[in-house]
Design a protein around this ligand. Structure first.
Ligand SMILES: [Zn+2]
Length: 479
């Protein structure tokens, strides 16, 4: 057919020709690279640790991040992963993170036994062979390399094909292409096939609550939220301390490291294999249980008991750990870790050993003339807290209904609010002693914060620290 024989053909050909002429001006952005995942084993004890390569996987979905923001300058986490060009040594990608291993290494058990944990790091697929370096902080808080793996992502034994997705992610909040947004994946564990609607409704409700909390509220459009769950046979996840053992796809459970309210999965392989079916940078796992509990590891995932009366608080508090590496600001609840010892300056943005009050790390928020340390009703708070902790332990030991525990938490918060409302420093940013599981030697920025108790606002320092991470994924382009 000639161009002129058919008017419609001519128009179509002309449009094609025009499109071709216009192409340079409207060039499509370069396609996103593939997502590489390096699975490895991290093992050892309180004193020693080893790393061993398991495998390299090309995940089914393209890299969900912005190729203009590949370098992490926020200085968070116990660890840092660096991907460097094998030939030139040029830094291609970095991210701070923490691990379940490091949490375990601070328990008493790690003084007596070795254990191994699966871990993964993910990065955009490079064109050439790379070195993947895992760095760890030393006693002074500086990073040094503890493991280097040579990775050729085009090598023969790289896993290139995954089984088809067992379930499709549900778009809970989709605000734009994944590369421009922070992609949060909400996974469900302990939901039966008949409870999938409940899972989706809960994921929506908790996401709504997160984006009703500052600073997530103001940055809600910078996020995409996805939800994904594989059904289980039984409702709820394992709670071994009460004899409840359920099979679940992610292996999420209570009683991690002997702490009744600590909920994590140690099955990283299962977690990554399911998560890879959605675009994601952050993961929060909802467990279909009403018993209070949760957990959060920076750069890995967080968990929350989604059927608990305090689920909103749990979801946001644990996400604070996972998303921004925030420290716990509380210090009166029992924890799984060995406490005491030397007060090193923590890397977490919201806790300090206050070695140099004039240069406290959140100085930009401290008004001139503020006393550092900042006085507060510490003794009264601790007296009330001791009584409350006793009641809490007794309720758990007697296996009382969860509603009684929820009511106790309400009374506790009410009491703290009453005490703090009379304090002139209530809304002051300073350095309040008692944080990071220690009554003495560690300080928090404000009297109250979601990282301190079950109140509903992040303090200014935590809010700022969260903003910096949002910027790393969905902010102004890096220089
Ligand atoms: Zn805070």
């Amino acid at each position: 057919m000639t161009l002129f024989a058919h008017p419609r053909g001519f128009v179509a050909a002309l449009m094609l020709a025009l499109a071709a002429c216009a192409a340079p001006a409207f060039a499509a952005p370069p396609a996103q690279p593939a997502t590489v995942r390096l699975d490895y084993i991290h093992s050892g004890n309180a004193l020693n640790e080893q790393y061993a390569m398991e495998r390299v996987v090309i995940e089914p979905l393209p890299w969900p991040g912005d190729m203009r923001r590949t370098i992490d300058n926020t200085n968070r986490g116990n660890n840092l992963v660096e991907v460097v060009d094998a030939a030139s040594g040029a830094l291609l990608y970095s991210r701070g993170f923490s691990t379940v291993f490091a949490e375990w290494a601070s328990t008493e058990e790690a003084g007596k036994a070795n254990r191994g944990f699966q871990e993964s790091v993910r990065f955009p697929k490079p064109d050439k062979p790379v070195k993947v370096r895992i760095l760890k902080r030393d006693e002074r808080g500086a990073f040094s390399v503890v493991w280097t793996a040579s990775v050729d992502t085009d090598a023969m034994d790289v896993v290139r094909k995954s089984a088809p997705a067992p379930v499709k992610p549900i778009g809970i909040r989709v605000n734009g292409p994944s590369k421009d947004k922070v992609d949060l994946l909400i996974l469900g564990d302990g939901y039966t096939a008949g409870e999938m609607k409940k899972f989706e409704a809960t994921a929506r409700r908790l996401a709504d609550h997160l984006f009703d909390t500052s600073p997530f509220k103001e940055r809600a459009k910078d996020f995409n939220v996805w939800a994904l769950a594989l059904p289980t046979q039984e409702s709820g996840v394992s709670r071994p301390s009460t004899g409840v053992h359920h099979a679940s796809p992610l292996g999420t459970r209570y009683d991690i490291f002997g702490s009744e309210r600590y909920v994590l999965t140690t099955d990283n392989r299962a977690l990554r294999e399911l998560a890879q079916n959605a675009p994601y940078e952050f993961i929060e796992i909802l467990v279909n249980n009403d018993t209070y509990g949760g957990g959060g590891i920076f750069g890995q995932f967080s968990t929350a008991a989604a059927s608990n009366d305090w689920a909103n608080y749990l979801f946001v508090h644990e996400f604070g750990h996972h998303f921004a590496g925030l420290a716990d600001e509380y210090y009166t609840s029992p924890v799984a870790y060995a406490t005491g010892g030397e007060r090193r300056e923590p890397w977490e943005p919201n806790a300090t050993a206050l070695r140099d009050p004039a240069n406290v790390k959140w100085k930009k928020f401290v008004k001139d003339g503020t006393a550092l340390p900042t006085p507060w009703k510490k003794e009264e708070y601790e007296t009330a807290s001791r009584a409350y902790q006793k009641e809490r332990v007794a309720l758990r030991q007697a296996n009382r209904p969860e509603s009684e525990m929820s009511a106790l938490f309400h009374r506790d918060l009410e009491q703290t609010n009453q005490l703090f409302s009379r304090d002139p420093n209530r809304h002051v940013v300073g350095a309040f002693e008692g944080a990071n599981y220690e009554a003495k030697g560690y300080y928090r920025p404000e009297m109250q914060c979601i990282m301190f108790d079950r109140s509903d606002k992040f303090c200014s320092v935590c809010a700022d620290a969260i903003g910096a991470i949002i910027d790393l994924y969905s902010g102004p382009a890096q220089e």
